[in-house]
Design a protein around this ligand. Structure first.
Ligand code: URA
Length: 218
């Protein structure tokens, strides 16, 4: 798909491609899928967090004092994995952003309607300065977009600007991307691949199959 969306970033480089190749292959076992997926999630998170504000800070090295940039510390960074497959992003996320809060969102997809069904929501926090919140919603597969739309809505209803909300996904379908931007045109979407289409059961083709099953060996 040609990228006609200003807020969609498709990350591509040889490591991303190698990792995608590994997770897509039906011959890769769970351990291989997990390893490659974690590599991929780290690269996607690096890209997604380019929007974090930075401030100048004076530090003293063993040689001298100097002023350098670091992530502004009076902001709230939220990583929101959509359970269960979105959890694969969390270990890498807490490694690279130790100051982040993890707010889990539990939704499963009704196999008939393909609509998300909530079973857990860890986002009932009060929000004082919503413009100081930066949210990264993680889900490896952006298929219909229905779960992501529900998750984004929870944060938008708290006043957090769409511009500060980023969906980080490994593989996506054009239909899902259009659905998300149709509801929330100013959120950001970061993916490693935009595949061909969804099949009648809502699976991404060619995709990687059921990401949760592939990652958690179920
Ligand atoms: N969820 C998955 O795990 N895989 C798909 O292809 C679509 C949704």
């Amino acid at each position: 798909m040609q990228n006609k969306f200003e807020n969609l970033t498709v990350v591509s480089n040889p490591i991303v491609n190698q990792s995608l190749c590994t997770i897509r292959s039906k011959d890769t076992d769970t351990q291989g899928v997990r390893l490659a997926a974690r590599k991929l999630t780290r690269i996607l998170l690096y890209e997604a967090t380019k929007n974090l504000p930075q401030t100048d800070m004076e530090v003293e090295t063993p040689l001298t004092k100097f002023v350098t940039k670091t992530i502004t510390n009076d902001i709230t960074i939220i990583i929101s994995p959509i359970l269960r497959a979105g959890l694969i992003f969390t270990d890498e996320a807490v490694d690279i952003l130790p100051q982040a809060t993890i707010r889990h969102i539990g939704m499963y997809r009704d196999e008939k309607t393909l609509k998300p069904v909530w079973y857990y929501n860890k986002v009932p926090m009060p929000v004082d300065n919503p413009e100081k919140y930066y949210v990264y919603i993680t889900d490896p597969m952006l298929a219909t977009g229905n779960s992501l739309i529900e998750a984004i809505r929870v944060y938008v209803e708290k006043g957090i600007p769409q511009e500060n909300i980023c969906c980080v996904c490994m593989i996506s379908a054009p239909q899902g991307i259009e659905a998300v931007f149709g509801e929330f045109p100013n959120v950001k979407i970061i993916v490693a691949a935009v595949d061909s289409h969804l099949n009648s059961r809502g699976y991404i083709v060619p995709g990687m199959g059921d990401a949760g099953d592939r990652i958690y060996n179920t």
